[in-house]
Design a binder for this molecule. Structure first.
Ligand code: FES
Ligand code: FE2
Length: 380
């Protein structure tokens, strides 16, 4: 975020703190519990995960030509490769002979990709280079056969793909003004400290919603991170279907005594970016959380979180600090608090006890998220 924008955001937060208010949406609204378990609803939603870009990793995870990773969580088997020219590309991880999964490992390094069934071999750019007993395929024009490409792009270090994108990916345009802010916070200069991917027993939207409202921070998280935040002062902004929210930290009033040149949004507030449909980036004081959620059935989902840290070499003390951060934020706050709450909602969602869920004005981004979903599904 440019300095001016960062200061303007902190000014708004501080004004809210001073007047003891949180940002409110225009009205109290409702959501429909059936959207969290009905199979037809999920069938409609799943294609969105292939139409909108999602993050498969960080470019620093495949730094050298020939480095690759696979990703299977959005219903598509994807192979992401850094080519000989240094560019990152994505392909369907499917052999063009009879469809064998080409690469089994999650991560690795290769000079070329040889299918283990009959050894059709592809170069790092996806071109078919070798077919054993070539004369058995008189109709095959090797130069016309490539691995099936998936639209991919790197933006601020994050690798985004969209298997069913209708046009080449323009991530900067897709993310809009919030995406531009990521660069100014140095997201591209980070490396992955650790990634956690786990199936949780709840609809994917329930986890997304846990990241869209600060109403629960001082209650659900009271034993973990609640004390780091004040109860009032949050703000949120919508940009198309994307949402940015900012929650003041406990030290926010120190800003009153500081010149604006010393204001730092990472120290005095936690800013979170939600990119539709299910990518969440949290700017913590000295690291990022990169969260992705993918459906895995109507009442199950993948929760994936990577903790990103500055790329510089680290001392043992610094690594211990990141380890503690990972244990606190990923293993406790996300896994034991946010995800468990989502599962506990799921356990009663079919009960019919609540004909609808009440969304308070402070939770308005949840309503905005449902509105965006309904628009994307053509329901409004
Ligand atoms: S299926 Fe891959 S070479 Fe035959
Ligand atoms: Fe939370």
């Amino acid at each position: 975020m440019e300095r001016d924008a960062q200061i303007a955001l902190l000014e708004r937060v501080l004004a809210q703190v001073e007047s003891d208010r949180n940002a409110y949406g225009p009205a109290e609204t409702r959501t429909d519990p059936r959207t969290y378990w009905e199979p037809e609803r999920l069938r409609a939603e799943e294609p969105l995960f292939r139409r909108y870009p999602y993050v498969v990793g960080h470019a620093s995870e495949i730094p050298a030509p020939g480095d690759y990773m696979t990703h299977d969580l959005a219903g598509v088997a994807a192979l992401i490769v850094r080519g000989a020219d240094g560019a990152v590309r994505a392909f369907h991880n499917v052999c063009r002979h009879r469809g064998t999964r080409l690469v089994g490992d999650e991560r690795g390094h290769a000079k070329a990709f040889a299918c283990r069934y009959h050894a059709w071999t592809y170069d790092l750019g996806g071109a078919l280079k070798h077919v054993p007993q070539r004369d058995a395929f008189p109709g095959l024009e090797c130069e016309e056969v490539t691995l099936a490409p998936i639209p991919a792009a790197v933006h601020c270090g994050l690798i985004w793909i969209a298997p069913d994108a209708r046009a080449p990916l323009d991530i900067a345009a897709h993310l809009g003004p919030f995406g531009a802010e990521l660069a100014t916070f140095g997201l591209g200069d980070q490396v992955v400290f650790r990634t956690n991917a786990r199936v949780r027993r709840c609809n994917w939207k329930l986890i997304v919603e846990a990241f869209l409202e600060p109403y629960h921070v001082r209650t659900l998280h009271r034993a973990s991170i609640g004390r780091y935040f004040v109860d009032r002062g949050s703000v949120f902004d919508l940009s198309g279907a994307h949402i940015r929210s900012c929650v003041p930290r406990h030290n926010v009033r120190e800003l009153l005594a500081l010149p604006r040149t010393a204001w730092d949004a990472r120290v005095y507030a936690t800013t979170e970016y939600f990119f539709f449909p299910a990518t969440i980036l949290v700017l913590n004081p000295d690291y990022w959380s990169v969260i992705r959620v993918f459906p895995h059935g109507p009442e199950e989902c993948w929760f994936v979180n990577s903790l990103l840290i500055p790329a510089a070499r680290h001392t043992d003390a610094e690594r211990e600090h990141w380890e503690k951060s990972y244990q606190l934020v990923d293993q406790t706050v996300f896994e034991k608090e946010d995800c468990e709450i989502a599962e506990s909602i799921q356990s009663g969602v079919r009960s019919g006890v609540n004909a609808s869920f009440r969304i308070g004005r402070m939770e308005y981004p949840i309503r905005a998220f449902h509105d965006s979903m309904e628009r994307a599904l053509g329901l409004r």
